[in-house]
Design a protein around this ligand. Structure first.
Ligand code: ADP
Ligand code: MG
Length: 315
């Protein structure tokens, strides 16, 4: 199969929301008046971001999901994506399933694939995603204020526990295992939540490298500190799991793709209403303070220290 047949067969779909989609030297896109274009890109490298034998349908899903998560964190409405692929070979079964996983999630979020690039090489998947947000309304990392509540969506550490299980570092009980593997393989980008928070949250980030690392970015950009109560963080039951590993996964595990955001205490009722409307648990886990640094407290008030606060590719 030629490169062009491959693109045509697996990656060319109608894109009615674009002026011009796949097939020319560039796509043409028009954004609505009063909107800003939010653009983000994320690369997935075999062996670093996923295990080489990962199910291709799930990989197609995750390739788009991690990018949607970045737009969610900005409060943007995702519209278009491009996909740059480097593939060791043109394996038709693999391509069929990968593109099915990718387009299933794209359809769910109204995202159109409008271009890309396809080359032979080690398996690498790179999406650029574009979305719209009303001008001036995007959620930034730098907007937190002292006294803000800190909130997170979903449950943290699930994907990291799932990965630890696959790597034989922990044996998870049956019920926890399926939830953790689902979190690892099928992250659900919190797009609707990000959009609902546009006029509510002061700052937001998606948790891709672990809570402490990502909350740390909000703190650094906002020049503030935080105090977190470990007991308040929604997570899997820790029974039978080594306490150090469990805390590490919850506080510093990668791949959660939940949102962490800050908002003033007056907005608690509205945030709870958003949680109800979206049927998505949102939990208040601590607060922003003027004193820099991030303190995590256990139920008895003692400080929890962890060795690694999150994933860093160059450490
Ligand atoms: P060029 O050589 O001009 O860069 P290509 O031959 O790489 O163009 O690609 C031809 C068309 O197919 C372009 O519109 C490009 O955006 C699109 N395309 C290439 N690879 C992909 C892909 N994996 N997914 C979606 N569109 C793709
Ligand atoms: Mg060209």
């Amino acid at each position: 199969m030629s490169e062009f047949d491959l693109i045509k067969r697996y990656f060319t779909r109608p894109a009615p929301g674009a002026t011009l989609g796949v097939g020319d030297d560039a796509a043409l896109l028009r954004i609505a008046d009063g909107m800003e274009l939010a653009v983000s890109t994320d690369i997935l490298v075999s062996g670093t971001h996923f295990l080489p034998d990962t199910d291709p349908f799930l990989l197609g899903h995750k390739t788009l999901a991690v990018n949607l998560s970045d737009l969610a964190a900005m409060g943007a409405d995702p519209r278009w994506a491009t996909l740059a692929l480097s593939l060791p070979k043109a394996d038709e079964d693999w391509l069929q399933q990968f593109s099915a996983g990718f387009f299933a999630l794209a359809d769910e979020h109204g995202v159109e694939l409008v271009g890309g690039d396809t080359t032979r090489g080690p398996l690498n998947l790179c999406v650029a995603i574009m979305g719209e947000v009303p001008a001036g309304k995007a959620l930034r990392r730098s907007g937190a204020r002292a006294g803000d509540d800190i909130w997170v969506s979903g449950r943290l550490g699930m994907a990291a526990l799932g990965l630890a299980h696959l790597q034989g570092r922990v044996v998870l009980p049956e019920d926890t295992r399926s939830a953790c593997l689902a979190a690892l393989h099928r992250p659900q980008p919190r797009v609707a939540l990000g959009m609902a928070l546009r006029d509510i949250a002061h700052a937001a980030i998606d948790i891709s490298d672990g809570l402490l690392a990502d909350l740390g970015h909000i703190l650094e950009c906002s020049q503030l500190g935080a105090e977190i109560q470990f007991e308040l963080i929604p997570k899997a039951g820790g029974e039978g799991i080594d306490e150090v590993l469990f805390r590490q996964c919850v506080l510093a595990g990668g791949d959660d793709y939940e949102l962490c955001f800050t908002a003033s205490a007056e907005r608690r009722g509205e945030i709870e209403a958003v949680a109800g409307k979206l049927q998505l648990p949102l939990a208040r886990i601590g607060s922003i303070c003027a004193k820099q640094g991030c303190m995590v407290r256990a139920g008895d008030g003692s400080e929890i220290k962890i060795t690694e606060s999150g994933y860093d590719h160059f450490k």
